[in-house]
Design a protein around this ligand. Structure first.
Ligand SMILES: Nc1ncnc2c1ncn2[C@@H]1O[C@H](COP(=O)(O)OP(=O)(O)OP(=O)(O)O)[C@@H](O)[C@H]1O
Ligand SMILES: [Mg+2]
Length: 520
């Protein structure tokens, strides 16, 4: 039954030498010494990777791992790192993460790779792989003379399957829907963001090489590569999650990996109301703004929820319209039937073949768009986007990284500068003032909550200055002991000019909303 997975040129499996029984400390459960005490066994992956494989050569328990990254000395084993397993088991995403477990996992995984016929993996169903890998792991455990409890065995098999089929130690994090970001700061420091706050996890990679191997797996799957000559890469996981990896010489202390998980269940406007990012009245106004074809700039800091807000607001677009989306990494998930999605392409190894957002914006004009949505403007494409907004593609939307609405316009001005058109400043500004109608400012507040902070209208120019007026703002009123921020949306008392467009299109919004100090 196992034989399909076992390659014909199987490496002969030699039992590692049995080390002397270590002195277990009190914190170790009875089954652990044999696992953790296998010093020679735990050194094997490192030895193999450097070409002196323990399983095919005859190692001794005293051999040092060539990379010296395993610190056990002289046959005694330090168990202090073995965590309280019950406590960990209660944790939803990590069940068993001691260093010894990681080492055993790596050992068995490596032995599995040596024994398995990898070419048949593609032809097998996931269930078949799971069952056969499970059988093989159990066999290897017996051959290695490693007794484990049933639960430990299951955890080990699950972890090894994650190594074989997925992204190793972070695989359980990717399956946890409450996690929005996974940030690997160092091979043994993995942080996640949940509900807007960063949390440490007990997840660890074995060492930098293990982390690098997983990064390599991610980038090679999408046909990209990462090495010293191109040490930074953006990629996307199969599920759509956005990945950024940075390695040496740019990353100082070892590879860095940042994953923004794809929202399997993207935020809708209703959900944004439920979690307090906006209120129903604000949502009504946003709907009107989209339906009245205002050109919208959503502004905010990193991770403030710009893409999420853009996606939620785009749901107000009429399904009869043809929407072209342009992104660096496709994140938007519009539900309308007529959405044409485009994504930029980075340069290849020789530095050729790059297709930037600017070219895509120009191209989109030849695709009969009703609306153009650019995921985030970062450079020269801002100019083409503004031109499109000014020439019959009203109702277009984009986001920009800025901390205030005023800064957002200044950033757009800088970006037009990047398009190298040598436009006089005043011309740039009047282009901006006539193209952008509404700026929506978002922020991630210190309590982790994302908020819409301000809605502003661009009204025109006075001399060389673009004029704006704030319609609503979020007023912070109180901060609880646990940091939760309370406040309310208040109207500034200005009745926006865009209400005329609402009227023309038969969109009704009560004038009361705009009464000064009206709370929403
Ligand atoms: N209103 C919200 N409330 C809670 N979480 C949110 C909200 N909006 C977005 N998030 C979560 O915050 C993370 C960042 O969201 P998003 O990608 O929309 O931000 P962004 O400003 O576009 O980030 P970036 O600057 O990286 O492009 C995501 O994981 C998302 O699920
Ligand atoms: Mg974004």
């Amino acid at each position: 039954m196992l034989r399909r997975l076992v390659s014909s040129n199987t490496v002969e499996f030699k039992k590692p030498p049995v080390p002397e029984a270590p002195e277990p400390s009190e914190s170790v459960e009875p089954s652990m010494p044999a696992v953790a005490g296998k010093r020679a066994a735990t050194d094997a992956p490192a030895a193999r990777e450097s070409g002196s494989g323990l399983l095919s050569a005859t190692g001794t328990a005293g051999d040092e791992a060539p990379n010296g990254d395993l610190t056990n000395g002289g046959g005694t084993t330090d168990y202090s790192g073995v965590p309280n397993r019950r406590a960990i088991a209660e944790n939803t995403y990590v069940t068993f993460t001691s260093d010894k477990h990681t080492e055993l996992k790596m050992l068995i995984h490596q032995q599995l790779l040596d024994t398995m016929n990898l070419s048949v993996l593609d032809k097998m169903s996931e269930d078949q792989i799971r069952s056969e890998v499970g059988d093989l792991v159990r066999e290897l455990l017996v051959e290695n003379n490693v007794p484990l409890t049933l639960q430990e065995q299951q955890t080990l098999i699950a972890d090894i399957l994650d190594e074989v089929l997925g992204l190793g130690p972070i695989e359980p994090l990717l399956k946890d829907p409450t996690i929005s970001d996974i940030l690997v700061n160092c091979y043994d420091v993995v942080v996640v963001e949940r509900f807007g706050r960063l949390e440490m996890t007990p997840v660890k990679f074995k060492d930098n090489r293990h982390l690098l191997r997983i990064i390599d797996k991610i980038v090679s799957t999408v046909g990209r590569r990462i090495d010293e000559s191109s040490p930074m890469v953006d990629a996307r996981l199969l599920d759509g999650s956005r990945v950024n990896a940075v390695i040496a010489p740019i990353a100082v202390d070892g590879p860095l990996l940042s994953i923004r998980r794809f929202a399997t269940d993207p935020y809708t406007i209703e959900r944004l109301i439920d979690i307090g990012t906006i209120t129903p009245n604000i949502a009504e106004l946003l709907e009107g703004i989209v339906r009245a074809r205002q050109n919208i700039l959503i502004s905010g800091g990193t991770g403030s929820g710009k893409t999420t807000m853009l996606n939620a607001m785009a749901a107000f677009i009429d399904p009869k319209e043809r929407i072209i989306t342009i992104e660096d990494a496709a994140e938007l998930q519009l539900q309308q039937p007529q959405v044409a999605r485009m994504e930029t392409r980075p340069a290849n190894v020789e530095g050729k073949g790059e297709i930037a957002q600017r070219e895509l914006v120009k191209n989109s004009l030849r695709m009969r768009p009703d609306r153009i949505i650019v995921g985030e403007v970062r450079g020269g494409e801002a100019f083409d986007m503004l031109q499109a907004m000014n020439t019959g593609h009203e109702g277009s939307m984009t986001t920009v990284h800025a901390n205030t609405a005023r800064d957002a316009l200044a950033r757009i001005e800088n970006m037009i500068g990047m398009a190298q058109l040598d436009l006089p400043q005043k011309a740039m500004r009047s282009q901006i003032a006539s193209a952008i109608h509404v700026v929506i400012q978002l922020a991630r507040l210190s309590d982790g909550r994302r908020r819409l902070m301000s809605i502003q209208e661009v009204t025109g120019m006075e001399g060389d200055i673009i004029t704006m007026q704030e319609i609503f703002r979020f007023d912070r009123r109180q901060t609880d002991a646990d940091g939760t921020i309370h406040g309310a949306y208040v109207a500034t008392g200005i009745r926006p000019k865009f209400i005329q467009d609402f009227d023309q299109r038969g969109i009704y919004i009560s004038d009361d909303l705009f009464e000064p100090n009206q709370e929403l």
